[in-house]
Structures are given as structure tokens and as C-alpha cells.
Design a protein around this ligand. Structure first.
Ligand code: SAH
Length: 220
């Protein structure tokens, strides 16, 4: 009765490989690892690439966008140092995977994407998974969400040339924003911005490659 079926076995093995890949890329924070173990990436990858959902690689999603590589998601989440009472803004909902992970770590997640279709599809998955502390909006996230501001944490998952001013302004004092910045698609750095009593502290974390932060709402 209690013997695992071959299917359970391979799911367990898949999970072990997934967590191993995260650890070997430097994702060591226990809370982040637990949140990622609870979040089935397979629920966020549809169609042609669904069977590759558990591999540590970025994959195509709707609207010509990508779901980030799990180890990069883990490192960004770890750098954000999310606390249980936090109100978090994510810019770049995409598949919703990153927002789902954040939702296990904090009180409230607001996520925005410029593509209405992505927001609609992600909101559907949040509903299916019972992730009731996430609110998804279609908006140009470079302006943040003035009505919900200020935020304890802001995570941007598309690359801008510089940290957008409205996002810096919507960060609480002591708050942290993690975002990729760069002049081109090829050369980008992940940076961590901490808002101090007066001014901001900037720390460069690692090279990354993200789709660009684009102005205005998308057509889809
Ligand atoms: N975090 C996502 C991956 C994001 S891909 C995940 O977990 O799957 C980057 C996303 O940023 C894309 O969906 C793109 O549409 C969105 N994006 C780009 N520019 C934007 C802007 N100005 N405002 C909001 N979203 C934007």
C-alpha cells in the first residue's frame, strides 16, 4: 500500500535534482528553498516546453517573454531578504512563478506586467493554487503602484538602464529593491538597492540576462 508508485519515485527524484541545482548555484537560504519546493514550476509552464519545467533553464512563455531560470529566481529571492510581514511589489509577472514563490515568504504580493494576457493567465494559476495573497495588475511597472506604495521590498524581473525613479521613491526606508540593470541585452548586472535614512546604497551582485523593461502597455 505504501510503496511509492514508479511515478511518485520519479517525481521525488525530479524534486531532488531541482533542489540540488538550486543549492549548487548558491541558493542556500532555507526559507527560500522551502518556498521553491512548495511552488510547482510545472503549473507555470504550458505547451511545448511543459516537460522541461523542472530543468534549471529559462523557458519561453506567452507574449514572447520568458520564465526565468530557477537558480536565478532563487538567488534574486534570497538577495531580497523578504520578511514575513512584508508587502512586496514585483515588476514583470510573466508566468507568475516568481510571485508565487514570494507569496509563501511574505504577507502580500502585488505583481504587475505590461501584457494583459500574462496577467490574466498568471492570476488564473494563483487562483487554482489558492495563493490568495497575490494581486496581479496590468500596468507599466516602471511607474510602480502609487496606490499601494510604499513597499518593503521591490523585485524587478526585466532589465532597465537605470533603477526607475518611481520605484526608488516607492521603497520604504530600510527597504530593499533587487533588479537587473544594463545598457543592452548582453551586459546586465543584478543590483541590490537599499533605501537608507537619507539616500540609497547600491550593491552589484552578479551578471544576468533578462528581457528589457519596455514602456507602456503591450498589445496582448
Ligand atoms: N518574473 C517572471 C519572468 C519575467 S519576464 C516569471 O516568474 O515568470 C519579464 C516580464 O517583464 C515580461 O513578462 C514582460 O512583459 C514584463 N515587462 C517588461 N516591461 C515591463 C513594464 N514596463 N512593466 C511591467 N512589466 C514589464
Amino acid at each position: 500500500m505504501n510503496d511509492p508508485t514508479p511515478q511518485d519515485d520519479s517525481a521525488a527524484e525530479r524534486q531532488m535534482r531541482f533542489v540540488f541545482a538550486l543549492r549548487s548555484h548558491g541558493v542556500t537560504d532555507t526559507r527560500v528553498l522551502q518556498a521553491m519546493e512548495r511552488t510547482d514550476r510545472g503549473a507555470f509552464v504550458r505547451g511545448l516546453f511543459a516537460e522541461r519545467a523542472y530543468e534549471d533553464m529559462p523557458l519561453p512563455i506567452s507574449c514572447g517573454q520568458t520564465i526565468s531560470q530557477p537558480s536565478v529566481v532563487g538567488l534574486m529571492t534570497q538577495a531580497l531578504d523578504v520578511q514575513p510581514r512584508d508587502k512586496v511589489l514585483e515588476v514583470g509577472t510573466g508566468s507568475g512563478y516568481q510571485a508565487a514563490i514570494l507569496s509563501h515568504l511574505c504577507r502580500r504580493v502585488y505583481t504587475v506586467d505590461r501584457h494583459r494576457r500574462l496577467v490574466r493567465e498568471a492570476a488564473e494559476v494563483f487562483r487554482e493554487l489558492g495563493l490568495v495573497n497575490i494581486t496581479a495588475f496590468a500596468a507599466d511597472g516602471s511607474f510602480g503602484l502609487p496606490d499601494q506604495a510604499p513597499f518593503d521590498r521591490i523585485l524587478v524581473t526585466a532589465a532597465a538602464e537605470d533603477p526607475p525613479g518611481p520605484l526608488l521613491a516607492q521603497l520604504k526606508i530600510g527597504g530593499i529593491m533587487v533588479l537587473p540593470v544594463g545598457q543592452s541585452d548582453a551586459v546586465q548586472s543584478l543590483i541590490k538597492v537599499t533605501r537608507l535614512q537619507s539616500g540609497y546604497d547600491y550593491e552589484e551582485l552578479r551578471p544576468v540576462r533578462f528581457v528589457p523593461l519596455v514602456e507602456g502597455l503591450g498589445t496582448e
